[in-house]
Design a protein around this ligand. Structure first.
Ligand code: HEM
Length: 618
């Protein structure tokens, strides 16, 4: 409970209670132990039932000894849980199981086993588990669940991606805008990166970046909702049976869900309005609406409201993920300056002093190798996105019960020394030189992201790879072209240390903040960056630009005007409104406990500040 509230309660006695609320309180108090007991019995029953089904000759999977009911929950750290699961894989092998509160979790740490099960036996390994804190994720059809639904929805997502395969010039425009903003204040790197990824995907999905900030808020909330380290019911699953009035998690999720629904509806309406006034821009929603009106078009098998969720999930997935490798890139450049120099010299030679464009990609294998190596070195989804198995199965003599949650442990796969010698080192050469097992020709095509283990297995693989590839290539290429990224130095000349592998704990892991200097590589670059912002900014940036030029920035919530902000930053640089939020990477969340939540409704000043900045009220 809030400390201020507890203190207030001591000073001011609460008002006398009405009989109705007393009855409610008594019923509530009586229900909690009953629900707890029912939950525990349910867990015991599920596990006993699963064990009773092991066919003759098969054995349970190896794994750490599990205690009744809780399993090994006490052993799983809230921070960097993937390191613990990786440690167990070294002890118990490439496939092992743990139990947590009645659910069997199967952990796969070898690509070969993942392909054997998730790809070759995809017919029974392609379901998604229920997310306890998102209880209707499997039934409602909003989050790609249940086989008929996800097959239909994936088909639509593929069609929309193919119809917009060029991605138009959205990634380039947004990259150009991002580089300039970054040059104004590199310490706001998380904010500017999140703006870049959410604006790009908002343009691609809805034809305009105007709702990118709302997308970030609802996405931050969804990440907490679905992450094991985000909301307690995801660990203690029987908490999902608490009625809404007793469950703060359900209350938060339903507020977030309402905001998400509003965002999706607004964007569909926006597309219809722009079609009507003749100013529509290419996007997934536009493709859907256009096709739906054709005979045999999309509306024959999918309704607009369902399509708005398919498209919305693409927007959410895009806003959630791509920022992680861009931040990891900055971290890698600080630890491996020699690779920064090599990358810069490839870009300078091939592009003749210009910023790399998507059309240059065939001639820039090192840049593509850096992109892929960043994802290998610091996997953005280190524990993978779980599948669920629909029928009992036996693999190499081991029994895997129906309903088990199956995790492709991406972190462990990237540490496999046979495939990635000296796996802890950031080494793009492993994709470029024939002596490495991962080398593949021709270098005009390889390395590329398609087919990489880090985007999943079987029928549920990531559907956003073309966008990831282009966004990362442009952002990392642009940063290397424009800046020298260096460790910060204190007044006495000593270096400010930068962490090596300290990442946020939610499903999408991002580096915790670190300090660095980013210096434009030449005076000419500075001028070019300003001109690139001019071409990258959208109509919606006019207001922001006015503020930049007039230096009239002001934070509505914390009350800090531009002077205060400039003083804090110690510089005389223009900043934009968005940049005032101190929660740039909150899609990954600062939590280090399963009970702390990034998205605690109205709980912290910075939440309130962000919501106000984004023009939201809940
Ligand atoms: C660095 C960026 C990204 C990474 C590392 C990543 C990784 C993943 C992984 C591991 C999965 C689960 C695969 C499986 O279950 O086997 C997944 C699913 C998915 N991704 Fe991505 N992703 C990224 C970006 C994106 C983007 C930009 C989009 C959309 C524009 C996207 C759309 C999706 C969708 C829709 C699914 C769900 C597919 C399903 O459930 O059938 N992802 N992604």
């Amino acid at each position: 409970m809030d400390l201020k509230y507890s203190v207030l309660c001591l000073i001011i006695p609460p008002p006398p209670k009405c009989p109705c609320s007393l009855v409610l309180e008594v019923v509530t108090m009586a229900m909690i132990p009953l629900l707890a007991l029912a939950g525990l019995l349910f867990c015991v029953f599920r596990l006993k039932y699963a064990k009773g089904r092991i066919p003759p000759g098969a054995h349970p999977l190896p794994g750490p000894k599990c205690y009744p009911i809780v399993g090994r929950v006490h052993d799983v750290p809230t921070k960097a849980s993937w390191l613990k699961f990786y440690e167990w894989s070294k002890e118990y092998g490439p496939i092992y199981q743990t139990e947590i509160f009645g659910t069997v979790h199967v952990w796969i740490s070898s690509e070969e086993v993942a392909h054997d099960l998730l790809s070759r036996r995809a017919a029974i390994y392609s379901d998604r588990p229920q997310i306890p804190n998102l209880p209707d994720n499997r039934t409602k059809g909003e989050y790609l669940a249940l086989s008929d639904t996800w097959k239909r929805q994936r088909k639509l997502a593929n069609q929309l991606m193919m119809a917009n395969a060029s991605l138009h010039d959205y990634p380039t425009k947004e990259r150009d805008r991002f580089l300039y903003l970054f040059s104004t204040d590199p310490s706001q790197y998380r904010e500017f990166i999140e703006q870049f990824t959410s604006r790009t995907v908002a343009r691609l999905t809805w034809g305009s970046p105007h709702s990118a900030q709302r997308l970030r808020v609802t996405t931050a909330g969804l990440l907490v909702t679905i992450s094991p380290a985000g909301a307690l019911p995801n660990v203690i699953s029987w908490l999902m049976y608490l009625p809404t009035f007793l469950s703060p998690w359900k209350q938060e999720e339903s507020a977030r869900h309402a905001m998400e629904a509003e965002l999706l509806n607004d964007n569909v309406k926006y597309a219809h309005d722009r079609i009507e006034d003749g100013t529509v821009q290419p996007s997934f929603i536009h493709t859907f609406i256009e096709n739906a009106s054709l005979p045999g078009g999309n509306s024959d098998y999918i309704e607009e409201v369902e399509a708005s969720y398919v498209i919305g999930q693409m927007a959410i997935a895009g806003a959630l993920t791509i920022g992680s490798p861009i931040q990891s890139f900055l971290l890698a450049m600080l630890h491996y300056p020699e690779w920064q120099r090599k990358l810069q010299s490839e870009i300078d030679r091939v592009c003749d002093g210009a910023c790399p464009q998507w059309e240059d990609r065939e001639k820039l294998p090192m840049l593509r190798a850096v992109v892929k190596e960043i994802i290998r070195w610091r996997p953005p989804v280190p524990t993978g996105i779980p599948h669920a198995i629909e029928q009992d199965d036996v693999y190499n003599g081991y029994f895997i019960p129906a309903g088990a949650t199956v995790h492709a442990l991406e972190w462990a796969m990237t540490r496999d020394e046979k495939t990635y010698p000296n796996a802890d080192a950031f080494n793009p050469a492993r994709w470029l030189e024939p002596e490495y097992p991962t080398y593949k020709e021709p270098l005009t095509v390889h390395p590329k992201l398609n087919g990489f283990s880090q985007f999943g297995f079987g029928r549920r693989t990531c559907q956003g790879i073309p966008l990831v590839e282009q966004d990362l290539y442009l952002a990392m290429g642009g940063l290397a072209w424009a800046f020298d990224i260096r460790k910060k130095r204190r007044e006495d000349g000593s270096e400010v240390p930068v962490h090596w592998n300290d990442y946020t704990p939610l499903l999408i892991a991002k580096p915790v903040p670190f300090e660095f200097d980013a210096v434009a590589r030449s005076e000419e670059t500075k001028g070019l960056l300003r001109r690139m912002w001019e071409s990258g900014k959208g109509d919606d940036d006019r207001e922001q630009e006015d503020k930049v030029l007039r230096q009239e920035l002001h934070c509505n919530v914390c009350g800090k005007g531009n002077d205060t902000k400039k003083k804090e930053m110690g510089v005389d640089t223009p900043v934009v409104d968005d940049a005032l939020s101190d929660r740039g990477s909150d899609t990954s969340g600062p939590t280090n406990s399963a009970t702390e939540s990034v998205f605690s409704l109205g709980h912290s000043d910075s939440d309130a500040c962000e919501i106000e900045h984004f023009g939201l009220s809940r």
